[in-house]
Design a protein around this ligand. Sequence first.
Ligand code: NAD
Ligand code: WQD
Length: 344
Amino acid sequence: MAKRILVTGGAGYIGSHTVVELMQQGYEVVVVDNLSNSNINVLDGIASIVGRRPDFVNADCCDYVAIDNVFRSYTDLCGVIHFAAAKAVGESVEKPLHYYRNNIHSLTTVLELMQEHKVNHIVFSSSCTVYGQPDADHLPVDETAPRKKALSPYGNTKQINEDIIIDQAHAYDKLHAIILRYFNPIGAHPSALIGELPNGIPNNLLPFVTQTAAGLRKELRVFGNDYNTPDGSCIRDYIYVVDLAKAHVKAIERMLSAKAEEQVEVFNLGTGRGLSVLEIIREFEKATGQKLPYTIVGRREGDIEQVWADPTKANTILGWKADTPIHDVLLSAWNWEKHLRNIP
Ligand code: NAD
Ligand code: WQD
């Protein structure tokens, strides 16, 4: 019988791509999402790609009764992938209580109900934000790098969430967790049927790039060219969302086949290669043939100069590698933008 996974936040950007990969690997999926940052139509996109629809429950993960009902309705759940969270760094500074309530209460609710219903495997979406700006001798950053004081309430919720999982695993010895620290997810499914749906003016680089190329924005503002990097712009580890999604399937498989060596394992998910903002612009123009108007402006407050992953642990232990060429990744982002805007 197919194994059934609960995917919270499964209508969102990374969640929807993960649902596709899970279903293509033969898993049954129940998506729980309150659609606070996603659109129900994403389920049509998933169904078109996979050929069948995941089950969907419109519910808030902070709602104990509603989530209890999900666990009661699906008694064969064998794991949870918990994406549901609010994720806008700037908004978290404006509305810290919303972030603490939503991101922390949703996790504690899910963990409580997992114990209650004896569902003992969880994959949790964490972030490279927990490392802050790693010290020079810790670049690329591996999992042993110290977590730095969070620069935003959002970042703090990820650190607190990681600690909650560790504490719960200590108290409840049947729980197994894999914490995945994502670097910068970008791109869209090659079908261009699902992708990122930013709300309003995008904060993240790639949606801003594709919207500028589509003519929705006049120009991209490059936040600073006076950093201590080869071309002066910031460096990040941009990881293809489909590669990232596949890591979740590996993580679930690892726990279900009892291969996990520790109750809580942490993996960095990145490519191992840093790219600067100016390199991304050049690669985007090369991949798509689109001219990208941009201007250099001052630094963005709170930006980290450079960070990229050492993904060796995920490569060797999870047996996973992010290896899609940046050309294909950027093209997928552009094809998705064209699909959204009906650009031929
Ligand atoms: P997203 O906003 O597209 O997806 C999150 C989904 O969760 C949305 O569909 C939203 O409606 C839902 N949601 C939020 N709060 C909920 C709640 N209380 N109950 C039910 N549903 C809820 O974001 P994403 O980019 O797909 O991110 C997924 C996860 O990965 C998040 O935990 C995020 O913090 C983490 N993450 C994202 C990035 C990134 O750059 N995108 C990087 C590192 C980590
Ligand atoms: C990337 C680079 C900007 C927009 C954020 C969160 C982090 C994680 C990933 C969730 C930076 C530059 C951007 C623009 C630009 N999310 N930039 N012009 O800041 O690395 O990380 O998303 O966990 O927590 O903080 O990503 O996409 O915003 O920026 O020059 O219009 O692009 O300065 O160097 P960031 P980003």
